[in-house]
Design a protein around this ligand. Structure first.
Ligand SMILES: Nc1ncnc2c1ncn2[C@@H]1O[C@H](COP(=O)(O)OP(=O)(O)OP(=O)(O)O)[C@@H](O)[C@H]1O
Ligand SMILES: [Mg+2]
Length: 344
């Protein structure tokens, strides 16, 4: 979510449309959720078992890069449990009191979804430990010497936390989730399924090769696949194309500066900054973020995971390094290196 903000691949005016479309395209049941076999199977077992036992499900933590389906899964969990869903987020819970207010208003069995849970404040986090484990919170009333703590029983609820950065979660919090699902990037075949479904909802006529072309540029991410599909729709509409084939899709996406490997402007500027300004690195993350004019978190959660996966960038103890493949992707010649200085 947060990482989505500064990302302006397609301009901020598309953000409202993006939200609305995202809601419309979200699968509503676990069986409609494409890919993520492992997580889906594990989660379905957790939910099935709690349904059989007639209890609320264990708390669930979902981690993974932006746009892979964490929010979608949280909604599916509530739907599968026929439970009400309450949505909040780490940045919105800055005081323990904010969290206490949310928790004390939950009804029995409700699913509380906390997005970006790694961004909650420390005091709120500590309150959450007790709530997760004992369904109880201590509410502090008053200030200073006169402050008293009133224990408050909570109805059983299921916490679903989502994070793009599981590594930032303190151990005690991570340990209190009964189940952690790590979402992986999607294969091109899976993205084609996502696109097929979305194209029907958008009433588009797309040939198989058209789906393949869009999928191959979608960085393993359903959100990006859906977004590119909408841009291809615009292009086809304006150019009077009735069936989107491979070349239509390619032409449209070239225009939006999404290259054949799915790299967009931000990805390329990260690689360019590394290669052209720092001879390929190593460069610290924060320096890199300043150079490309983005938040550190955006570079780290949005651009890097894909660049690393594509073998274009390496994270080393001394900083980020461009691989030879990155130089070649930018049309540059990789520098000669001493064999032992490779990637720091
Ligand atoms: N497995 C899937 N099958 C079909 N569509 C999916 C799947 N996963 C995600 N999507 C689509 O991708 C879009 C983004 O998914 P979602 O909002 O759940 O991502 P997220 O992981 O919560 O991202 P963020 O970290 O930015 O909050 C949704 O509109 C949804 O329709
Ligand atoms: Mg989300």
């Amino acid at each position: 979510m947060s990482a989505e903000g500064p990302r302006e691949l397609l301009g901020s005016s598309s953000m409202t449309e993006e939200r609305a479309m995202e809601a419309a395209l979200r699968p509503k049941a676990l069986s409609d959720f494409v890919g993520q076999q492992t997580v889906r199977r594990q989660l379905s077992l957790v939910l099935e078992s709690s349904r059989m036992r007639g209890t609320t499900s264990d708390h669930v933590l979902l981690s993974g890069p932006p746009g892979l389906g964490k929010t979608t899964l949280a909604m599916i969990i509530a739907a599968e449990m026929s439970a009400a869903l309450r949505i909040s987020s780490g940045p919105a819970i800055q005081h323990a009191g904010d969290l206490a207010a949310i928790l004390s208003s939950l009804t029995e069995g409700e699913v509380l979804f906390v997005d970006e849970i790694h961004r909650m404040s420390r005091p709120a986090e500590e309150l959450l430990y007790m709530a997760m484990e004992d369904f109880r919170v201590d509410v502090i009333v008053g200030k200073g010497a006169g402050a008293t703590s009133i224990p408050l029983e909570l109805p059983p609820f299921t916490l679903v936390g989502a994070t793009t950065r599981a590594g930032l979660l303190p151990g005690p919090l991570r340990d209190r989730f009964g189940f952690t699902g790590h979402l992986e990037f999607y294969s091109e075949a899976e993205l084609e399924l996502v696109l097929r479904r979305s194209s029907m909802m958008l009433d588009m006529n797309v040939a198989s090769a058209g789906f393949a072309e869009i999928a191959s540029r979608s960085r393993g991410t359903p959100r990006i696949a859906n977004r590119l599909l909408r841009r291809v729709r615009d292009w086809a509409l304006v150019h009077g194309v009735h069936e989107v084939d491979r070349s239509t899709a390619a032409a449209a996406l070239e225009m939006y500066e999404v290259d054949e490997r799915g790299l967009d402007r931000l990805d390329r500027s990260v690689l360019e900054a590394l290669c052209l300004k720092f001879k390929g690195g190593p460069v610290g993350l924060s320096t890199l973020a300043v150079l490309v004019g983005e938040e550190t978190e955006t570079v780290e959660t949005v651009a890097e995971p894909y660049l690393v996966r594509e073998g274009l960038l390496a994270r080393t103890p001394r900083g980020r390094v461009a691989t030879d493949d990155a130089w070649r992707h930018l049309g540059l010649t990789p520098p000669e290196r001493h064999p032992d200085s490779l990637s720091g």
